[in-house]
Design a protein around this ligand. Structure first.
Ligand code: SAM
Ligand code: SF4
Length: 333
């Protein structure tokens, strides 16, 4: 069945990212604003029943993939029960989670049967740097979480690394080495501007620079046939002995080479707002509809309103900096 979620520019929407909390057990500098952050009260967040209802309607409308995100999804108490319910929705093809992996080692076995794919965020392999970037001395837990996912048999694990000039761009080759023996795709993500994250153009690292740096040790072979419409992917072959890496790398250049044209995503914030674009302040309130006894058609109507308003592309980085929008943690990446 084709998606009914088509916007004014003919883009079909099949992917819904659901934030389940605005809280987190890390304090990443690029994500969590330093000040003026007002945490949502529990009653402001959608209940699991409300999330499930919205997801069911969304799948009927054509959503095929749902990703749970946050904040950190595993800090929301009882998240396992939501995961189980979402996985039961008929017509949903993929249920994925983006996590910092801190709690994964203990929690993975409970959700292993229901989660099709994980993205894990990791920006450095250095303990001191991890502490500086995230405010917590927890690198070991993240690495253990990654190994736990691999031991559980996932062959499609993606590692998200936000690359920032002068902060962690000297570790690009270390990330490439990480893919030598592991079936992971490391995705280098361009640093994006959000409220309170001290973004500057000078902190961007271009794809060409990344390729040049990694190219000192590896031959990069472009993978033809798109794996993901947002990422340029490469196989790596070690120059010293011609050995191919088991994993891959990818580059997500949201700022320098935006992929708005093929965007198929909608977002649901933890407090029940539909956001048609990560970089636009437009929000459409579903919680009110849900709590005032709205029907499934009323829920669908909010999705259609969001699509009608979805911009063709996101504003430039300078305009984004001038915008007093949400921090990434308050949207759900
Ligand atoms: N806590 C989970 C995690 O860190 O994976 C899920 C939420 S986090 C907001 C989702 C993703 O957004 C992470 O991969 C993170 O690296 C990315 N992200 C956050 N702020 C960003 C920024 N300013 N630029 C690019 N990516 C960012
Ligand atoms: Fe938390 Fe993820 Fe944001 Fe880091 S990127 S502060 S782990 S929500």
């Amino acid at each position: 069945m084709a998606s009914q979620l088509v916007d004014r520019f003919g883009r079909h929407h099949t992917y819904l990212r659901i934030s389940v909390t605005d809280r987190c057990n890390l304090r990443c500098l690029y994500c969590m604003p330093r000040e003026h952050i007002i945490w949502k009260r529990r009653e402001e967040l959608l209940t699991f029943e409300e999330v499930e209802r919205v997801a069911t309607v969304a799948v009927r409308l054509g959503i095929r993939k749902i990703r749970l995100t946050g904040g950190e999804p595993f800090v929301r108490a009882g998240i396992e029960s939501l995961i189980l319910q979402l996985k039961k929705i008929s017509g949903l093809e993929t249920l994925a989670v983006t996590t910092n992996a801190l709690l994964l080692k203990e929690r993975l076995s409970a959700v292993r049967p229901f989660i099709d794919a994980f993205n894990i965020s990791l920006d450095t392999f250095r303990e001191d740097r991890f502490k500086e970037l995230t405010g917590r001395d927890k690198l070991r837990e993240v690495l253990d979480g990654i190994e736990a996912v691999l031991e559980a048999g996932y062959e499609n694990l993606k590692i998200n690394a936000v690359v920032m000039k002068g902060i962690n761009d000297d570790e690009l080759v270390d990330f490439a080495r990480f893919t030598e023996k592991r079936p992971v795709t490391v995705r280098f993500i361009e640093f994006m501007p959000f409220a309170g994250n001290e973004w500057s153009n000078g902190k961007l690292v271009s794809m060409a620079t990344m390729m040049e740096e990694i190219g000192k040790e590896y031959r990069l072979e472009s993978i033809s046939g798109e794996i993901s419409p947002i990422s340029r992917d490469f196989r790596l072959v070690r120059k010293s002995d011609g050995r191919p890496n088991r994993g891959k790398i990818g580059v997500i250049a949201s700022m320098s080479a935006p992929f708005c044209e093929s965007c198929s995503r909608l977002r649901l914030t933890a407090e029940g707002k539909i956001m048609p674009c990560l970089h636009s302040p437009l929000e459409f309130d579903l919680r009110e509809v849900l709590r005032l006894g709205g029907t499934n058609d009323d829920i669908a109507d909010i999705f259609f309103q969001a699509l009608e308003a979805k911009p063709e592309e996101h504003p430039s980085a300078d305009e984004l900096m001038a915008q007093a929008g949400r921090g990434m943690i308050q949207i759900g990446g």
